[in-house]
Design a binder for this molecule. Sequence first.
Ligand SMILES: *[C@@H]1O[C@H](CO)[C@@H](O)[C@H](O)[C@H]1NC(C)=O
Ligand SMILES: *[C@@H]1O[C@H](CO)[C@@H](O)[C@H](O)[C@H]1NC(C)=O
Ligand SMILES: *[C@@H]1O[C@H](CO)[C@@H](O)[C@H](O)[C@H]1NC(C)=O
Ligand SMILES: *[C@@H]1O[C@H](CO)[C@@H](O)[C@H](O)[C@H]1NC(C)=O
Length: 349
Amino acid sequence: MKKKQQQHPSSGEDPWPHGAPVGGAPPCLGGCKRRIPLLPFLRFSLRDYGFCMATLLVFCLGSLFYQLSGGPPRFLLDLRQYLGNSTYLDDHGPPPSKVLPFPSQVVYNRVGKCGSRTVVLLLRILSEKHGFNLVTSDIHNKTRLTKNEQMELIKNVSTAEQPYLFTRHVHFLNFSRFGGDQPVYINIIRDPVSRFLSNYFFRRFGDWRGEQNHMIRTPSMRQEERYLDINECILENYPECSNPRLFYIIPYFCGQHPRCREPGEWALERAKMNVNENFLLVGILEELEDVLLLLERFLPHYFKGVLSIYKDPGQKRAPDLITDGWEPPRGCWELNSGPLEEQTAFLQP
Ligand SMILES: *[C@@H]1O[C@H](CO)[C@@H](O)[C@H](O)[C@H]1NC(C)=O
Ligand SMILES: *[C@@H]1O[C@H](CO)[C@@H](O)[C@H](O)[C@H]1NC(C)=O
Ligand SMILES: *[C@@H]1O[C@H](CO)[C@@H](O)[C@H](O)[C@H]1NC(C)=O
Ligand SMILES: *[C@@H]1O[C@H](CO)[C@@H](O)[C@H](O)[C@H]1NC(C)=O
């Protein structure tokens, strides 16, 4: 890993209210001949983001093997024990006959614009195949809840028939605070630039550039804004492209406490602690196949066979704007080289 400046972008509303197309860059709107120089603010927040995300990932992987503090769910302890022993035995003898522990409560508090709709499509198939209870929510634009709403939601989810997998765009919920069993969490995050681009175009055009999507997603958006060139948006410091809170995903891991939405040491530390204690896995969208493979290995009762379903060409998927015949925005690709190259390397330890 390379040295990093440890700063965080400031402020933290949740700006990613919608579902997520997989794949990063949607088409540019006519203005991509120019290379996009990264403005200082963007460079900083993206790097910081890289730092935060990579830290989360590292802590998450670490959490498979170390219990640093507090009380992780039983399943994670069992899994760590299982992994600890099976690693040893794989190296020194026959594979262990011990069975993989099986959690009956899993929560995927999905981060918007990180491929979650593709994963939810897969989950629908898997829930029929493996007979678990997939609990979804119709609410896509509310990630923070009042105390009463938390209580009600947790009560609802906790009474769902087990084994269940609950998924919703929602900041981390502390089940044990309300007397529930703490479930096992999973999540997927992605390169912050791709996520930014994905959201930018998704707000304007939905998955496709069809008129209907315009009307559904952002009916009141003015035409000038809808067709605003992303380069101009960045270079001219439009609020949509200069607000560092756009990159803030920490509350998904930190929780519902108001301080979780104020970027800073407190929120970051709490997020890391939660990832360590409660998350089985925080995957990276850019390596989705590996993530699916890990899920298949660690949660076979939910994810067995997911990779072959995912790879099946006949399988319906959320549209992938890169590979589904759209011309990728040349300028946008350059965001990932130059100043962000280091971050990209950093994200793949
Ligand atoms: C490994 O397995 C042995 C039994 O085979 C058990 O006694 C021991 O507690 C396990 N150790 C860990 C770290 O899981
Ligand atoms: C969420 O969306 C619903 C309609 O789908 C709308 O009525 C509600 O005002 C939205 N809430 C927020 C916080 O945006
Ligand atoms: C909880 O479940 C009830 C009945 O199934 C439903 O009416 C209510 O909206 C749910 N509440 C939440 C927060 O999901
Ligand atoms: C969750 O709630 C429990 C019980 O109130 C508390 O001990 C723990 O610190 C909380 N964890 C987080 C991350 O809020």
